[in-house]
Design a protein around this ligand. Structure first.
Ligand SMILES: Cc1ncc(COP(=O)(O)O)c(C=O)c1O
Length: 413
């Protein structure tokens, strides 16, 4: 029997839920939380259930909650229930702003609980709600994607998905909505004539080494053209030869209006670049976009040399072949800890069943630097001039680390 509690936030519109719960042979109506003590105790008495003046006590006693909110906002209650691992049913619109809506959906996903609403889907899916907000012009001027990482300056941070990066620096640039990565229908629901830009990594790095499908990038291009929005590709991690193509997005056969570059551009010297189409560039006047050290001659000269080198077709072919070799060798380890080896060119992800932190530390001790992309994915992004000998040596070390970790986990059981 499922134990269910009522969270009452307004006048007891939930009386009918209470009655239904009482009548149900599958649910056990455990009790009521109401921030208004008098009202809550009165309803609890009426139903013959316990009144909980403390929400956390109710959450400890149930498997699921019904939130009777009438027109009151309930984001904080949904979040509290989801974080306590309880399924949530609510009768009214999820939220009046997209950040709250996504926070609720994310909390439910992360905690493996179901979020259900009694009212029409029009109100209950954040994407559709997002479309309404975009149409109102209040939000959704910029569309970005789940799993994205665009950097830690203010504008870039605003379109970065992970709340842990964004929240400490809030408030950020307003008007950003996130759609699920590689979900064109969800993106289409958010992109409207009010949208000015859509920003996406053709291969997500920080987000776990996930490539955008060619169909997704082509679809975004079409949506941007339809609505007069600019398409921005962030190729800071995946561009400049990393995937075995000069630009990661070449696989999709579409071009962006704006593209960002940085990491390898001057082979380690600090440089970032933004490429604009002629049309976009025409909108930027002298002095509007610049910075003290931008365009310094030393780094720009280094950038020219690197660009010449990585745009050589033979160089790119070697990156592609070495990347394939690295993935093959990693798969050949056949470690039971590995869920998937993926990636493009020399941007490789090894998703594990377990946390990657111990593997990173063990590899570092043996002289191999690898990094994580999320909690469970190892990110291997070697220098583009890596040789097969280097790859063999690195894979041997990773093999040892994986075997050691597997042994440790098996013994710990
Ligand atoms: C895709 C992407 N964009 C932008 C950046 C720049 O980030 P930051 O501003 O932290 O240097 C990074 C850094 O990892 C990145 O991976």
């Amino acid at each position: 029997m499922v134990k269910i509690g009522l969270i009452s936030l307004a006048h007891m519109h939930g009386l009918s839920y209470g009655r239904a719960l009482q009548a149900s042979s599958q649910a056990q109506f455990v009790g009521i939380y109401d921030r208004d003590e008098q009202r809550g105790s009165r309803y609890a008495k009426e139903f013959g259930v316990e009144y909980f003046p403390d929400l956390s006590m109710l959450l400890k006693s149930v498997d699921a909650v019904i939130i009777c909110s009438e027109n009151a906002l309930h984001a904080e209650y949904t979040l509290a229930a989801a974080r306590a691992g309880k399924h949530v049913m609510c009768e009214k619109p999820l939220a009046t702003n997209l950040d709250d809506a996504y926070a609720m959906v994310r909390a439910c996903e992360e905690n493996g609980v179901i979020l259900q609403t009694a009212f029409p889907m029009r109100y209950s899916t954040p994407v559709v709600r997002g479309k309404e907000i975009v149409a109102s012009g209040a939000l959704g001027k910029i569309v970005a994607f789940s799993g994205s990482f665009h950097g830690r300056t203010m504008g870039a941070l605003s379109v970065t998905y992970k709340a842990a990066y964004r929240e400490p620096f809030a408030p950020l640039v307003p008007g950003v909505c996130f759609a699920p990565f590689n979900d064109l229908a969800a993106a289409a629901a958010l992109i409207s004539d009010a949208t000015c830009a859509v920003v996406v990594e053709p291969v997500q790095g920080e987000g776990g080494i996930h490539a955008a499908t060619p169909a997704f990038l082509r679809g975004l291009r079409a949506l941007c053209d339809q609505h007069g929005a600019l398409l921005i590709f962030d190729e800071i991690q995946c561009g400049l030869g990393r995937t075995g193509r000069l630009w990661a997005h070449e696989a999709a056969g579409v071009t962006p209006d704006i593209m960002t570059l940085a990491k390898p551009l001057a082979n380690g010297l600090p440089i970032g670049a933004i490429l604009l189409t002629e049309d976009v560039a025409a909108a930027v006047g002298p002095g509007e976009h610049g910075s003290t050290f931008a365009g310094g001659p030393v780094v720009c000269r280094a950038g020219e040399v690197v660009f010449d080198r990585v745009s050589d077709p033979d160089f790119l072919a070697a990156v592609a072949a070495n990347g394939e070799y690295l993935r093959e060798r990693l798969r050949a380890l056949a470690s039971p800890l590995v869920v998937e080896v993926r990636g493009e060119g020399l941007l490789v992800g090894v998703e594990l069943k377990t946390a990657v932190a111990p593997i990173l530390a063990a590899a570092r001790q043996r002289g191999l630097l690898v990094i994580n992309a999320g909690d469970n994915t190892l990110r291997i992004a070697p220098p583009l001039i890596v040789t097969r000998d280097h790859i063999d040596a690195a894979v041997a070390i990773l093999g040892e680390c994986l075997a050691e970790e597997e042994k440790r986990l098996t013994q710990g059981r």
